[in-house]
Structure formats: C-alpha cells, structure tokens
Write a protein of this length. Sequence first.
Length: 107
Amino acid sequence: MNSVIEKEKKLNLALTKLKNLNLKNPDIKKNIEDLDIQKNQLEIEKQELEEKYKSLEHDYNDLSKKLHDFQNKEKIEQKKQIEFSEKIDELNQETDTLLNEIDKWQT
C-alpha cells in the first residue's frame, strides 16, 4: 500500500515539474498525458485495494467474534459435562450407600 502512495507522490511531483516546462514540445506533452493516465490508474488501484482491505477487515472481525462465541460455548459445554460427571459420581455414592444399607437390613 505504501508503494502505491509513494508512486502517486512521485508522479504528482513529476507532473508538477513537467507542467512548469515549455509545453510546446509534443513529446513533453505526451509524457505528461501518459503520467496523468498512470496516476489515474494508480488512484483506481489504490481505491480498489482500500475497499478489499476494508472487506477483509470486516470479515476478520466477524470471524473473530464467531470464534469467541464458539470458544465461550465450548467452555460452557465443558463445565456442564464436568457438573454432569460430578452428579453421576454423587449418584453412584448414594447407590453404594443404599446398597450397603440394604445389605445390613438383610443380614
């Protein structure tokens, strides 16, 4: 992007110098016109690059947000799974306790 800006500055400087020259020479006039065409093309390319950059930046921000949301959901799911495992462990302990009580009553 900087190279485009630098080229544009150089072309503008060259155009300014050329405009101060004697324009009666057809070659100089042609060179000025060519430089002006190149400058316009560079400005178009610069604008296109800036639009692409903005689009990519927008896409990046959207994807970053989606990734963040996904990571949050994953953390929540992991927490739920841990809680579920803990509940199962508690139920297993209670079942063991009940089985022990039943064994005591049967003997």
